[in-house]
Design a protein around this ligand. Structure first.
Ligand SMILES: [Zn+2]
Length: 532
C-alpha cells in the first residue's frame, strides 16, 4: 500500500540538500521524496498521513552495540528509578523475579542508580539477602560499571571478606572491612559476561528469540533501526536467525562475529535484516579501567601501561587471514600503543585510502593522537566511536589521562583528516540512546560539566551524520540506509523536535514519536501511524 507522509520537517541527510515536503513509502522503500506536488503525482490517491509539523530523520544506526546484552538486561527485574524509588521497592522487584527465574540462574535485576534512590546509597548484600536469601542474586547498576551481589552470589563468585581488590576493579566494604556486596569495574564485567553466556546456554530457542525481541523494542524506542552487533557468537547468531525467519526481528543487525567463532557462523547477508560480514577482535582493554594499552604509564592505579591481548605478529596474522576470507575486520583499540599495533596490521592488507575496500575499522580509538590519525587517514580506516562516553565516563578519562584528556575521542580532528567516523553507544556499557551521543558530540561535556577538547566538538549536522550516513558506510549499507532518498529502505524516525535546530542542551529531551523499519512502525509513543 502507498502511504504519503506530509506536514513534517524532513531532515534527509542526502548530499543533494534538496528540501522535502512529503515522502512516498511503497513496498517498504522510499519511492519518492520532495515537493508535495511531485510526491502526490507519483501516487495519485495514496493514503496521506500528516505529522503535525513533527521532524522526520533517517532511521538511526548504532555502529557498535552489544545488542544481545541489551536484550538480556531488558529481561531482568526493572529496578530503575522512578520504577523502583527506594530499596524496599528493589527488594520487591527481586522477590518477583525470583519466582520466575530458573533455579540454575541468578536472580537478576538492573537499572538502579544509587543517588536517585530515596536512601541515596548503593543497596548492600544485606538488602539483597532480605529479598533473596537462599540463592544467588545480582543487581546491576545502570552504568554497568558496578553491581551488588547477595551473600550467595558473593560466595559463588568466590569473593570473601579478607581478600584484596581484584585487578582493575574494587570491592565495596563496610566499616569493619567486610564485603558489602558492591563490585566495581573489571570483576563486575567478568561476572556479567559469565552470567549472560550461562543464561543464554540455558534458554530454549523461544526464550532467546524473546531476548532479541526485547533488545529490538528497547533500541527502536530510541529511534534506532540498525545496529552493528559488536560480539556476535554462535548462540546469539542462532537467536537472530530464528527471530529473523519468524518475522520477529525489529531491527537490522549487522553482525561482527567474535574472531574465534568465524568457523561456526556462516558469513554473508542472510536477509535484508540480518548479516554477518564483519569480525571483531579486541586488541586491548578499556579506558576507565586503565587497561587500554598506552605508551608510557597511567598516573593512577594500577599505574601500568595497559594490556595488549595479542603479540603484534599474531594480530597481523589474524588480520591477513580474515581479510583473505573476505571479512571486514573491526578491532577494538583504545590506547595509542594498541592503535599503532592495529594500524601496523592493517598496513599489511591495505595500500592507500582506496585500498581499504573491506572498510576495516577501529572500534573506539580513544587515544588516537594526531600522528596516528594522519596514518589512519592515509589508509582510509573507518573509525567507530562513542561520543556518549563524554558525559558518562569523561571524568574518569580526565583522571586517567590528565593533560591529554582533551585529545581523547578526537571526533573533530578525525573528520578534518577525512576519516569516516561512525557513531555508536557500546551499550550496555552506556545507554544506547543516540540522542545522548549526538548531544555529547556537540557539547563534549563530562558529567561534572568540564569541556573536553573544544576543538573536537562537532556541529549538530556532523553529529547527526555519525549516526546516519557515516554509520551506514561503516556497515557497507550506504546505498540502502542512512538517508531519506528514493530507492532507500523506508527506515525513518519521527521526532517531536528537529535536533539540528534544537538547543544542544535539550537534544536528549526530544521525544521519539515513532520508529519505522522498512515502512512498518516498530515503535510508537503516540498514535502517529495506524496500526498494521
Ligand atoms: Zn563494545
Amino acid at each position: 500500500m502507498d502511504v504519503i507522509v506530509t506536514d513534517a520537517v524532513f531532515v534527509t541527510m542526502a548530499a543533494s540538500k534538496a528540501p522535502a515536503e512529503a515522502m512516498l513509502v511503497r513496498d517498504g522503500r522510499i519511492a519518492e521524496i520532495g515537493s508535495a506536488e511531485a510526491v502526490r503525482a507519483a501516487a495519485p490517491g495514496a493514503t496521506e498521513i500528516g505529522l503535525d509539523g513533527a521532524t522526520v530523520i533517517p532511521g538511526l544506526i548504532d555502529a557498535h552495540c552489544h545488542v544481545a546484552d541489551v536484550g538480556y538486561l531488558a529481561t531482568a527485574a526493572d529496578c530503575s528509578q522512578p520504577s523502583a524509588p527506594d530499596i524496599p521497592a528493589i527488594q520487591a522487584r527481586l522477590r518477583e523475579a525470583a519466582e520466575r527465574t530458573p533455579e540454575a540462574s541468578w536472580v537478576t535485576g538492573g537499572g538502579y542508580v544509587e543517588y536517585k534512590l530515596r536512601e541515596g546509597r548503593h543497596p548492600t548484600r544485606a538488602d539483597l539477602d532480605q529479598a533473596v536469601p537462599h540463592r544467588p542474586a545480582v543487581l546491576y547498576h545502570t552504568s554497568l560499571h558496578a553491581c551488588v551481589l547477595n551473600s550467595a552470589a558473593l560466595a559463588e563468585a568466590g569473593f570473601s571478606d579478607g581478600q584484596p581488590d581484584p585487578p582493575a576493579g574494587a570491592l565495596g566494604r563496610d566499616g569493619e572491612g567486610r564485603l558489602d556486596g558492591v563490585v566495581f569495574e573489571a570483576p563486575m564485567f567478568a561476572l556479567f559476561e559469565r552470567n549472560v553466556r550461562e543464561d543464554l546456554a540455558r534458554m530454549d530457542a523461544a526464550a532467546r528469540v524473546r531476548l532479541i525481541q526485547g533488545a529490538g523494542r528497547r533500541l527502536a524506542a530510541m529511534g534506532l533501526t540498525t545496529a552493528c552487533d559488536a560480539d556476535m557468537r554462535r548462540d546469539t547468531f542462532a537467536a537472530y536467525a530464528d527471530a529473523d525467519s519468524g518475522g520477529a526481528l525489529g531491527l537490522r543487525v549487522y553482525g561482527m562475529i567474535v574472531h574465534d567463532q568465524v568457523d561456526w557462523i556462516p558469513r554473508g547477508r542472510h536477509s535484508d535484516k540480518l548479516a554477518t560480514q564483519a569480525v571483531k577482535i579486541w586488541a586491548d582493554g578499556g579506558m576507565s579501567s586503565r587497561t587500554a594499552a598506552i605508551q608510557g604509564t597511567y598516573p593512577v592505579p594500577p599505574y601500568g601501561s595497559g594490556i595488549l591481548y595479542f603479540e603484534p605478529d599474531v594480530l597481523t596474522g589474524m588480520v591477513r587471514r580474515l581479510d583473505a576470507l573476505g571479512f571486514q575486520v573491526c578491532i577494538h583499540a583504545q590506547g595509542d600503543r594498541a592503535i599503532e599495533t592495529v594500524l601496523d596490521a592493517y598496513a599489511t592488507v591495505i595500500g592507500g585510502p582506496a585500498g581499504n575496500q573491506r572498510r576495516h575499522r577501529i572500534e573506539h580509538g580513544g587515544a588516537m593522537y594526531p600522528a596516528l590519525t594522519a596514518r589512519a587517514a592515509a589508509m582510509g580506516i573507518v573509525m567507530v566511536s562513542q561520543p556518549g562516553f563524554m558525559s558518562t565516563l569523561g571524568d574518569g578519562f580526565r583522571a586517567a589521562f590528565g593533560d591529554r584528556a582533551d585529545e581523547l575521542y578526537a571526533f573533530g580532528s578525525w573528520r578534518r583528516a577525512g576519516l569516516t567516523v561512525a557513531g555508536s553507544s557500546d551499550a550496555p556499557v552506556i545507554t544506547a540512546d543516540p540522542l545522548l551521543g549526538i548531544r555529547d558530540a556537540i557539547l563534549r561535556r563530562t558529567g561534572e560539566g568540564i569541556l573536553l577538547g573544544p576543538d573536537e566538538r562537532l556541529s549538530a549536522l556532523a553529529a547527526l551524520d555519525l549516526y546516519t550516513t557515516q554509520a551506514a558506510y561503516a556497515a557497507h549499507r550506504e546505498t540502502e540506509i542512512g538517508t531519506l532518498e528514493p530507492g532507500k529502505l523506508a527506515d525513518f524516525v519521527v521526532l517531536d523536535a528537529n535536533p539540528l535546530d534544537a538547543d544542544p542542551e535539550r537534544i536528549t529531551d526530544i521525544a521519539v514519536l515513532a520508529t519505522v523499519l522498512g515502512g512498518i512502525p516498530v515503535h510508537q509513543s503516540a498514535a502517529v501511524f495506524p496500526e498494521g
